[in-house]
Design a protein around this ligand. Structure first.
Ligand SMILES: Cc1cc2nc3c(=O)[nH]c(=O)nc-3n(C[C@H](O)[C@H](O)[C@H](O)COP(=O)(O)O)c2cc1C
Ligand SMILES: O=C(O)C(=O)c1ccccc1
Length: 375
């Protein structure tokens, strides 16, 4: 656990959040915490877990739990990984290098964002096993830039490429627009051709610079047929992030995705979109065993992870909590927040009588509680 110089130990993600709030600039805090428009989907993601009621089994002879999970041939000590988030140097001078060290210490997957503020190679060099890193990309108008990123990740030993598909344009985040949020100082998206990033700090009154930059550089004309191009650029597994419906999950499988992430971008894109926990079962039903389904959105404690895993997620990702850890204690804080959640998960697995992730199935959740019937 992360012990600060003074004050009580940080035991839960919520402890890290309260601690971190005082340690980053207010506009950066709003960028991290904020969601799109009235933030209803952001709130719904967390609230969905409040409805979950578990069905513990007893006298199962369970004294310890194994949280290990394999994905694409790589073993992870925990099924709780780090979702891609941009610009970690806004929070810690070492940025993604510190995050990678923390993830590696906790045995967790770290999905590095295309908009990382440290190089793909420096991040890989910070960990003993770079296949525990994946690279997230957005579809840029400049396909040559995408290709070079994917090739660099492959050469550096990354384990997979994750294409985020829920940003044809950036969601309107009133907080960032009111703050006139820009990425400045010596923080930059160092992996992307400077020509592509040239206008990244430009904005008009009432605008967010990242939204302006996204509109200038992303390719919103993308369709399912275009995925074949990216597929052909790399031998790495291709994971699609941002699926919320059975229809799109089936299309992803038909178009050769190796995995998908049920995600609404942490409530930062379409406000009013379904909470991810509420979308999970329709997606896992549609996919069956065709490919692994991952999950993100609102996971704040071990029992949240347990519910998503029970409903069919192979792994869960968390976005904001590792950033709270990074702010509170650098690499140690990232490891601390992941270990806290993993410890809670293992504890819940013992109390629920399910010693392994394989033994965790839908019978662990009272399904009527998800629809609010038990409220
Ligand atoms: C500060 C911040 C930056 C993010 N940047 C990216 C990004 O660059 N690419 C991406 O695919 N998702 C990005 N996301 C979305 C996360 O990957 C993830 O879907 C979301 O945070 C999960 O919800 P949670 O924060 O409730 O765990 C970002 C989220 C946050 C909070
Ligand atoms: O903030 C985000 O959610 C996000 O996806 C993003 C994308 C590009 C630059 C910065 C953030």
């Amino acid at each position: 656990m992360t012990q600060l110089r003074s004050g009580p130990p940080l035991l839960t993600a919520s402890d890290y959040r309260h601690n971190a709030a005082h340690l980053v600039e207010p506009d950066v805090w709003d960028f991290i915490e904020g969601g799109a428009e009235d933030e209803r989907t952001l709130a719904a993601n967390e609230r969905a877990f409040d409805r979950v009621r578990l069905r513990p089994r007893v006298l199962a002879g369970v004294s310890d739990a194994d949280t290990g999970v394999s994905l694409f041939g790589t073993r992870h000590a925990t099924p709780i990984g780090i979702a891609p988030t941009a610009y970690h140097r806004l929070i810690d001078p070492e940025g993604e290098v510190a995050t990678a060290r923390g993830a590696s210490a906790a045995g967790a997957l770290f999905v590095v964002a295309m908009f990382a503020s440290r190089t793909i190679e420096d991040i890989a060099a910070a960990v003993p096993q770079p296949q525990g890193l994946w690279l997230q990309v957005y579809w840029l108008q400049r396909r040559d830039v995408m290709r070079s990123l994917v090739r660099r990740a492959e050469r550096a030993g990354y384990g997979a490429v994750m294409l985020t598909v829920d940003v044809p344009r950036m969601g309107r985040r009133w907080r960032d627009m009111r703050n006139g949020f820009t990425i400045g100082g010596d923080v930059a998206a160092v992996n992307i051709d400077p020509a592509v990033m040239a206008a990244a700090h430009v904005r008009d009154e009432g605008e967010s610079a990242i939204a302006r930059h996204t509109a200038d550089t992303f390719d919103p004309t993308l369709t399912w047929a275009d995925l074949a191009w990216l597929r052909a650029q790399t031998g790495l597994p291709l994971v699609l992030k941002g699926i919320l419906t059975a229809e799109d999950a089936a299309l992803a499988a038909d178009h050769g995705a190796d995995a998908i992430v049920v995600s609404n971008h942490g409530g930062r894109q379409l406000d009013g979109a379904v909470a991810t926990l509420d979308a999970l079962t329709e997606v896992t039903d549609a996919v069956g065993d065709r490919m692994p389904v991952l999950f993100d959105g609102g996971v704040r404690r071990g029992t949240d992870a347990l519910a998503a895993l029970a409903l069919g997620a192979r792994m869960v990702l968390t976005g904001r909590p590792p950033l709270w850890g990074l702010a509170a204690g650098g690499a140690d804080g990232v490891a601390g927040v992941l270990r806290a959640a993993t410890g809670e998960l293992a504890h819940a697995m013992v109390l629920a009588g399910r010693p392994t992730l394989a033994a965790l199935d839908r019978s662990a959740v009272r399904l009527s509680s998800l629809t609010g019937a038990d409220a």
